[in-house]
Design a protein around this ligand. Structure first.
Ligand SMILES: [Zn+2]
Length: 305
């Protein structure tokens, strides 16, 4: 069973929004493309996981803290015997694994996923120990892309290739019976420890003034739209939603990009490209964000930009 669904990370969402609202530097653009590719790979992994009908518990995208260190887990499967920690890589093409390092065909060295997964497994072990659990942890690196080839002199048992994944997951599903209550409890406790507000410190630098304003289509990211009284229509791809939904999405996006700003009617009015009346925006803010506003009002009243 799946206890925690996968959602796009803060890094993904911020880069996605910036990509359509400003000219990203080449390195940031590459980072964004990596996020898209990575998420796509994780979704393919999720598909295989759900097809295998595990009786164990699956937790996706966990961000956990151990002391002052933050670590992220792509996917965790808790069974009665062990915890399987999956790091999903969506690399395509040929790679070499030699002298404990990963190289691309053109000899570029890439970050070693073995070290990454080993680090996560170590921290997870400590977090679980603190919660009173001694289950063994098996870290596995899943190379999900069907056109990935790894040339390596020594086979590594931590590597799992896309064609081996269904068999691996099915074998785990067939071993397991109903999950024990205390292992279910572990899953709930780990979910509780998930750091939802984690904001990495390597996000690009951006300012409100430099960003293109307007409501982005959730499907094609265009800002071109026409409206009826109640509905928003993307003129690029034909996506349709209520204007209320379009404004609510835009407010969430603004909050994500500028968590330090006060959400005011005039900020959101400008952010939506002045497409909708201040009255309409005020009503939506009143209905959805009253508690948010009052919570922040005191703190921001003097610092409000
Ligand atoms: Zn569209």
């Amino acid at each position: 069973m799946n206890l925690k669904e996968r959602i796009k990370s803060v890094t993904y969402l911020v880069l996605e929004s910036l990509n359509y609202r400003m000219n990203l530097a080449a390195t940031e653009k590459a980072k964004y493309e990596n996020q898209v590719k990575g998420f796509d790979g994780e979704e393919q992994f999720d598909f295989h996981m759900s097809e295998s009908h595990q009786s164990g518990v699956v937790l996706n995208d966990l961000v956990l803290n151990y002391r002052d260190t933050v670590f992220q887990i792509d996917s965790l499967l808790i069974t009665n015997e062990a915890v399987y920690l999956y790091e999903v890589k969506n690399y395509a093409g040929s790679y070499y694994y030699k002298e404990d390092s990963f190289f691309t065909e053109s000899e570029y060295k890439i970050l070693n996923p073995l070290r990454q997964v080993d680090r996560s497994a170590t921290y997870l072990h400590n977090v679980m120990l603190r919660l009173g659990y001694h289950l063994p942890i098996y870290p596995i690196i899943v190379f999900i892309h069907p056109e990935f080839t790894l040339y390596s002199s020594i086979p590594n048992k931590l590597f799992l290739f896309s064609n081996q994944l269904p068999k691996h997951l099915n074998s785990l599903a067939s071993q397991n019976f109903l999950i024990k209550p205390d292992h279910m409890e572990l899953a709930h406790q780990l979910k509780e420890l998930h750091n939802e507000n984690y904001r990495p410190d390597n996000l690009p630098v951006y300012h409100l003034e430099q960003l293109k304003k307007g409501v982005l289509c959730p499907t094609c990211f265009s800002t071109n739209h026409t409206d009826t009284r109640q509905n928003y229509f993307c003129t690029t791809c034909g996506h349709k939603e209520t204007i209320t939904t379009a404004i609510e999405r835009s407010i969430k996006e603004f909050q994500l990009l500028f968590p330090e700003y006060l959400i005011t009617t005039s900020h959101i009015y400008d952010w939506c490209g002045k497409s909708y009346s201040k009255e309409r925006i005020r009503m939506i803010l009143k209905a959805n964000y009253q508690s948010h506003l009052s919570r922040h009002m005191t703190y921001y009243s003097e610092k409000s930009p």
